[in-house]
Write a protein that binds this ligand. Structure first.
Ligand code: IMP
Length: 193
């Protein structure tokens, strides 16, 4: 049985991966390995932040590990909020204020193109592998829907006329940036197991 740490304490994220990986891999959260450290996300790219997490755990615990980082990139805002997505309006995790800031800055802007991106850094037997998922879409003029989290009420994926916040979790996971990155990670892991 291979042990593999997901450098997160987000149970939803952990379960999404656990449901898809082979039984020969035992997936562990930071809590499961007794790690309460705050791992700083000081990088200026998603790759750098994902790496900070996986490398920290690998170096401290010598366990195979992966970390992820995601965010929203808006074309007309030079790909902001990017790595600052969680704290765009100042306070970490204030999704309502973050969306207000985006809607204000996008007021009157005709180019509404945006994408969500997820990068996963996996350290497997000492070698780092990156997996990436992107979903293209547009920023709505106003919020719509109550599901999901973060910027979901203002993001409409291409090919749909609803926002992420108006989709079921299964529908969103099937096309989302995170879903796509996880799919690639799982394909790699299942080829190793
Ligand atoms: P994390 O790296 O997955 O924690 O994501 C960082 C931030 O990006 C979140 O706090 C959200 O603001 C935003 N974000 C990432 N993924 C999503 C998503 O699927 N929907 C909406 N917002 C997201």
């Amino acid at each position: 049985m291979h042990k593999l740490v997901f450098a997160t304490n987000n149970r939803h994220k952990l379960e999404e991966v656990a449901a898809k990986v082979s039984n020969s891999i035992k997936l562990l959260s930071l809590d499961d390995i007794g790690c309460n450290d705050e791992i700083a996300e000081t990088g200026d790219t998603f790759n750098a932040n994902a790496s900070l997490k996986s490398r920290y755990i690998y170096e401290k615990y010598n366990l195979n590990c992966f970390g992820d980082d995601s965010g929203l990139e808006i074309v007309a805002l030079n790909n902001e909020p990017g790595v600052y997505s969680a704290r765009y309006a100042g306070q970490h995790g204030d999704h309502d204020a973050n969306m207000n800031k985006v809607l204000q800055r996008m007021y009157g802007e005709a180019d509404r193109r945006a994408r969500f991106r997820t990068v996963i850094s996996l350290i497997w037997s000492g070698t780092e592998h990156f997996f990436e998922g992107v979903v293209e879409g547009t920023i709505r003029q106003e919020r719509s829907g109550t599901g999901g989290f973060g910027y979901d009420p203002i993001f409409q994926p291409d090919g749909y006329d609803v926002t992420f916040a108006e989709m079921s979790m299964a529908e969103k996971n099937a096309i989302s940036h995170r879903g796509k990155a996880v799919e690639q990670l799982v394909a790699f892991l299942n080829s190793q197991a």
